[in-house]
Design a binder for this molecule. Structure first.
Ligand SMILES: Nc1ncnc2c1ncn2[C@@H]1O[C@H](COP(=O)(O)OP(=O)(O)OP(=O)(O)O)[C@@H](O)[C@H]1O
Ligand SMILES: [Mg+2]
Length: 457
């Protein structure tokens, strides 16, 4: 799997920054070391100078006394050990530690050097001075050395704060980059949700106003893809609508011809049977063609569909009239509870098809002698259409599927499986919703369509 954007960006920032911290850390360590050396060397030289001031002649020749001020220079909380020695004429030790090494080559200027004593590393200065007395010249060398405690401490004090600051900066970058990315990636996550939550046929372009400039090209590309898909879907829907429309005329003709053939006396039972079967198939094909045409019409209309002011009470009444004969034949009690007038904005053709499909289902799937009720009410700003029956109902686990195209629950009764998809498409097209639930006492089925009523004109 490809590494995450956070990891990649962290890599891009942290690796160069870490290299920068290492390099600047080394440079600042060197600068701190040089400063500490300078301070330490100048203290050693001052001490050596103070000592050499007190070298004098007495009866036995040159003698040296170490003044306390020469050692007080080194006083510090780090308790460094200080070593010294004074030698006259390169050989005679006047005072001090004989073990303290002296550089082999020494001219007139002081020499600073690192050396070891008693197993410790020490920094030392050898300070030569010529002393004149009564025409006599003596060369005195003062050596002062000290252990490195205060020097190391000074380097730390100079170097550590800078190192800590830079490490803090690294930690801050490591924390802020993922945090910043999480915040900045929110629009991308929202875009993902927008795309993922879309209905399959929701082919409107994605809004890019709230998106950062860098993401716009991606959204533009997605929108171009959506536009191509929309064109493709429209062409396909148009093709289905055209094909269904073209099929209707020959199918009607075929039905008339079959009816004519059925009416004739053939004197051949098997031929009669075949003709009845052909007629059933032709009716099924006509129904399917009509449903396909309706679905294509509903899908190709662009929402919201507000063509005309339609009275839903009248629509329900006319659908009931159409179904009354079929219902009576099967002893079904077809009832209605309708408000006087429930106006909605929409397409008369499609709304009639929606009500017709719902009533047709209720009658078709009810048992003989059952009861079907159509209720159409105005409820504040909303319209509620309920088609209830006391038939077999739909088991809870299948309710989600009945809106799928070509889904058929019962194979005993004929149908194309498109009715409820058409209902849902038309309801959505009119800004409405469809829900299905069991009837009273969990008997039968209630399909409820809710829509906005039309404003008063
Ligand atoms: N009132 C109802 N009572 C019981 N089952 C129903 C009812 N309405 C729909 N169904 C179930 O839901 C399925 C899908 O219904 P839908 O109306 O979409 O298709 P159909 O009725 O089979 O075909 P058509 O396209 O001719 O309407 C049906 O096959 C049926 O099993
Ligand atoms: Mg149906």
């Amino acid at each position: 799997m490809a590494p995450s954007l956070r990891a990649r960006l962290l890599g891009w920032l942290l690796l160069p920054l870490a290299a920068f911290v290492v390099i600047t850390g080394a440079i600042s360590y060197d600068a701190a070391r040089q400063t500490a050396n300078l301070v330490q060397d100048s203290a050693l030289l001052s001490s050596a100078r103070t000592i050499v001031e007190d070298v004098d002649w007495d009866n036995s020749g040159l003698s040296a006394v170490i003044p306390p001020a020469a050692l007080e220079i080194f006083e510090s909380p780090y308790r460094d050990q200080v070593f010294y020695k004074v030698i006259a004429n390169d050989t005679r030790l006047l005072v001090g530690n004989p073990q303290l090494p002296v550089p082999s080559r020494l001219d007139s200027s002081p020499v600073f050097y690192d050396t070891g004593l008693d197993g410790q590393t020490v920094r030392a200065v050898a300070f030569p001075r010529l002393l004149y007395d009564a025409g006599k010249v003596d060369r005195v060398i003062v050596v002062v050395a000290k252990t490195q405690g205060s020097r190391e401490a000074m380097i730390s004090q100079l170097w550590h704060p800078q190192l800590i600051r830079q490490c803090l900066m690294l930690a801050l970058v490591a924390a802020l980059v993922p945090l910043g990315l999480t915040i900045e990636l929110r629009p991308l996550m929202k875009l993902k949700d927008d795309v993922a939550d879309r209905e399959p046929m929701q082919l409107e372009p994605i809004g890019a106003d709230h998106l950062p400039f860098e993401l716009r090209p991606i959204v533009d590309a997605i929108n171009q893809c959506i536009a191509r898909l929309k064109l493709h879907a429209t062409t396909q829907r148009q093709f289905i609508a055209d094909a269904a429309h073209q099929l209707r005329t020959p199918l009607t003709l075929l039905d008339t011809q079959i009816q004519y053939a059925c009416g004739r006396d053939h004197g051949d039972a098997s031929l009669e049977e075949a003709l009845v079967a052909i007629r059933r198939s032709s009716r099924k094909m006509t129904e399917m063609t009509n449903q396909l045409l309706l679905l294509a019409q509903a899908e190709s209309a662009s929402p919201p569909c507000t063509q005309a002011r339609i009275d839903m009470t009248a629509v329900v009444l006319s659908a009931l009239e159409e179904l009354i004969v079929a219902a009576e034949q099967r002893g079904i009690d077809l009832g209605a509870e309708l408000d006087d007038s429930v106006p909605v904005m929409g397409s008369a053709n499609l709304l009639s098809a929606m009500v017709m499909n719902l009533l047709d289902n209720a009658v078709r799937y009810s048992h003989d002698g059952g009861r079907v009720t159509a209720i159409c009410r105005r409820d504040g700003d909303g319209m509620e259409l309920r088609i209830a029956d006391n038939g077999p109902g739909i088991p809870a686990e299948l309710r989600a599927h009945v809106f799928e195209r070509f889904y058929r629950g019962s194979t005993e009764v004929e149908g194309t499986g498109l009715g409820l998809s058409i209902v849902r498409e038309i309801a959505h097209l009119h800004g409405g919703t469809v829900t299905i639930s069991p009837g009273e006492n969990r008997v039968g089925l209630v399909v409820t369509v809710r829509m906005q009523v039309a404003n008063q004109t």
